[in-house]
Design a protein around this ligand. Structure first.
Ligand SMILES: Cc1cc2nc3c(=O)[nH]c(=O)nc-3n(C[C@H](O)[C@H](O)[C@H](O)COP(=O)(O)OP(=O)(O)OC[C@H]3O[C@@H](n4cnc5c(N)ncnc54)[C@H](O)[C@@H]3O)c2cc1C
Length: 590
């Protein structure tokens, strides 16, 4: 069983010391206090540990099933979902005026991480509903808000995100699902694939957010619109009406997240599925991005969550498993005493804490974008969140996979056997680097939109803080901090070179920066995560006598500086020197 106490302590530390919880709470008003946040976090941890985590392994074995046209979720899923609805947990980040708790996105990030750590397959049932809710709050009409928000915010109804088709995955411009106007609504027809929680009976209604194309729409992304397609139509008095013309056709057999039903969905097999336009025609992708950015942060958090779970699992095993006599010991003992097992565990821990800190800093930036007092300050928050979004999604998921793989390694042969659970974490985390936009799609976003739109200005202002912190630590009289400062300065310098190369190389050949974009994304994640660890180290170094938490934090930051940060140097070399080889071999010669 995963231990949830350790991540809870680290979450509180990141909240208060790195992500700036208290200024955010001040912006929200006097109803919101640090004590309230602590209570909420502790309760979320209890639900993760007592209610959700016990379902993870049995759910993986049982999976979701499609029987007689109905999706049956795994045993225990329904009561666990009901627990979240009863506690209004899905409404955690939404305004009180819509029935939510009105808490910061930062706190929601921690709850999302806890639930994904307990069971990613289960937690997926919540994040898409939150994404649909967010999209309707941001882009829906007053009538749509009144009809759908009360039930979506509470989680009484679920939401889905319906983009992908057989011919339209990364390339959503190729969406072919049709939407034909008929009076006050549209008739939707077409087949969508890979729809997470596309159908189930956990809620009496499901609100599908569907991308489709109107008949006279221009080709490409400008012709795509967003529609609300309820599974059951909603009467004027809010009661449920007729079943809409949408149904699950089959469920996918997957490598991981077996208990999350991933459905092929058919819209409009008969009279056409009734759908309601969100906003205006042609702005579907723009609106969908509101939902996707939210979901991308949540998927980045799944990478953190499964890394943490894999680490806790491996740590428990390493303390128990006796094998050999460790160097310097007189008797056989637990494998945690072997230097290489310690290296694996420490690197897992260091990567996980760095990822958590960076992801929470993005969530906090979203809070500032929403609640700051001036337009300029809101904009600063949004720009930071926008810049970090592809990095958190791409780097935290790819790194989560590495950590889960190391978790298997710590278990030796038992890691490859299903009963320990280590293999399930590795299988479950693999999808995170694929859905909500593959790592390559995140990297395209990073270089084209996030760096390209301001010639790297936001990136460089963030990196200027990295440099200032590194120089300060380098001059510290404490050798541990000076070491971290030197490593951070070196990593910063190569990151700047890599960004400058990326901005310039496109002029020679637009394919060159694209060929280096994933290494650049991984480089920036490594450096920005390292920066959070360096900030943590400075705080911890001043409080070593207060608690062992700070002793471990300082040591973990040092470990990151020497075991993880050097990867930035290699990645920078790949960025600046590696693109030409990528393009040098004709496709036919591969
Ligand atoms: C379990 C699961 C759940 C999912 N849930 C949902 C859901 O709820 N709703 C939904 O709409 N979709 C969902 N998806 C779909 C998912 O978002 C897509 O699978 C994903 O976006 C990739 O699309 P694709 O599978 O068509 O791969 P492709 O687009 O065919 O990509 C194949 C490879 O080509 C690369 N590639 C493609 N285009 C580019 C490019 N321009 N630049 C660089 N590299 C590129 C990709 O990175 C990848 O490595 C889910 C998928 C799975 C497996």
């Amino acid at each position: 069983m995963a231990g949830f106490a350790a991540p809870l302590r680290d979450m509180e530390f990141v909240f208060t010391e790195l992500a700036g919880l208290s200024p955010i709470l001040s912006l929200l008003g006097e109803d919101y206090s640090a004590e309230l946040v602590s209570t909420v976090l502790a309760e979320a941890g209890k639900i993760a540990e007592d209610v959700i985590a016990p379902l993870n392994h049995p759910g993986d074995k049982q999976g979701a099933k499609l029987e007689n046209g109905k999706v049956r979720v795994a045993d225990g899923w329904q009561p666990a979902y009901d627990t979240l609805v009863e506690g209004n947990w899905l409404g955690l980040p939404f305004p009180a005026e819509h029935g939510g708790m009105g808490l910061p996105w930062l706190v929601n990030a921690a709850a999302s991480e806890l639930w994904a750590s307990a069971s990613t397959a289960f937690a997926l049932s919540t994040i898409l509903t939150q994404g649909a809710t967010h999209a309707i709050i941001s882009c829906g009409s007053e009538q749509q808000k009144a009809t759908y928000l009360p039930k979506l915010v509470s989680g009484e109804w679920a939401g889905t995100m319906v983009l992908t088709e057989a011919g339209a995955g990364s390339d959503l411009a190729a969406v072919r699902t049709k939407a034909v106007k008929k009076g006050d609504h549209y008739l939707i027809s077409g087949q969508k694939i890979f729809i997470t929680y596309g159908d189930h009976e956990m809620t009496p209604n499901i609100i599908h957010m569907v991308l489709a194309r109107t008949p006279d729409a221009p080709p490409g992304v400008k012709g795509i619109s967003l529609f609300i397609v309820p599974k059951f139509l909603v009467n004027e008095d809010g009661s449920l009406g007729a079943r809409n013309d949408v149904r699950p056709v089959s469920l996918e057999h997957k490598l991981g997240i077996h208990a999350s039903p991933t459905a092929v969905m058919s819209f409009g097999d008969n009279e056409g599925a009734i759908g309601y336009l969100v906003g205006e025609e042609g702005r579907g992708l723009e609106f969908m991005f509101i939902m996707m950015n939210n979901a991308r942060l949540n998927v980045g958090l799944q990478g953190v969550a499964l890394a943490e779970r894999a680490y806790q699992q491996a740590l428990g095993y390493a303390r128990d498993r006796v094998q050999g006599k460790a160097i310097g010991k007189s008797e056989r003992g637990p494998i945690i005493d072997h230097p290489d097992v310690r290296r694996l565990l420490f690197t897992m821990k260091a990567r996980t804490e760095a990822m958590r800190a960076l992801a929470y800093v993005e969530a906090a930036a979203l809070d500032l974008a929403e609640h700051e007092t001036t337009a300029e300050k809101k904009k600063q928050g949004q720009l930071l969140a926008d810049f970090l979004n592809p990095i958190v999604k791409g780097w935290c998921t790819e790194t989560g996979i590495k950590v889960a793989s190391d978790g298997v390694q710590v278990h030796g042969g038992m890691g490859f056997i299903e009963e320990t659970g280590a293999a399930q974490h590795y299988r479950d985390v693999r999808i995170t680097a694929i859905y909500e936009g593959t790592t390559a799609i995140q990297a395209n976003d990073l270089i084209n939109r996030k760096l390209g739109r301001d010639q790297g200005a936001v990136a460089k202002s963030v990196l200027a803080e990295v440099k200032a912190q590194a120089v300060k630590l380098k001059g510290s009289s404490k050798p541990e901090l000076a070491l971290i400062g030197r490593a951070m300065e070196e990593a910063h310098d190569v990151a700047i070179k890599a960004i400058d190369w990326t901005l310039a190389a496109g002029a020679e050949d637009a394919r060159l920066p694209a060929a280096a974009s994933v290494p650049l994304l991984m480089l920036l994640g490594t450096v920005l995560g390292g920066h959070q660890m360096a900030r943590a180290a400075e705080i911890a170094a001043a409080r070593l006598a207060e608690s062992d938490f700070y002793v471990a934090k300082l040591a973990t930051a040092q470990h990151y500086a020497v075991h993880v940060l050097p990867e930035a140097l290699a990645l920078a070399r790949t960025v600046t020197e590696g693109s030409k080889t990528v393009m040098s071999l004709e496709s036919a010669l591969f």
